[in-house]
Design a protein around this ligand. Sequence first.
Ligand SMILES: [Zn+2]
Length: 171
Amino acid sequence: MAIQPIVTFPQPVLRDKAKKVTKFDDELKNLINDMAATMYDAPGVGLAAPQIGVSLQLTVIDTSRNKEERNFLVLANPIIVKGEGEQVDEEGCLSVREYAANVKRYEKIWVEAQDINGEPLKFEAEGFFARVVQHELDHLNGTLFIDHLSSLKRTLYKKKLKKILLEDEQE
Ligand SMILES: [Zn+2]
C-alpha cells in the first residue's frame, strides 16, 4: 500500500467525468489499496480515484473512524438510484484546501454499485454515511462540494485559495 499525493482544486482531473471501471484485476486492487492508504493517512472518511489523479469511477469509504479495525467500503461504478429527505451539515474535502461549508444532501439514498470483484452491490445509506457517499459520487462526476454553494461563497473561496496558492509560491 502506497500513500499517493492528493490532487487539489483547481486541478482539471477533479472536473472530469470519470471513466467506468471495466477490469476488476490485480491492478485495480492495487489502486484500491493505495486509495485506502491515502484516505487513512489524510485522514479522511472517503476518497475518490480522481483525487489521486486517476479518472475512474471508484471510491473508498470508511465512516467508522475506527483505528483498530479498518474496514472500508469499495464502490465501483456507483449510482444513486433514489434519494429521499434532506440534511444540511458542514462538509469539507481533502481536495478543497482550508475550507468547509454547509451543504444540503439527501437524508437517505439507495445505491447500486459493483464491489472490488465486480459483483453487484445494492444498499441504502442514511445520515452521515449517506452524506459521504453523495460527496464521493459527486467526485466521479467532476463535482466538488463547493459547487453546491452560492456563487458568492464560491467566489469568496476562490479568492481565499488564490492567497493560499500565492503563499505556497513564496515559500
Ligand atoms: Zn471530496
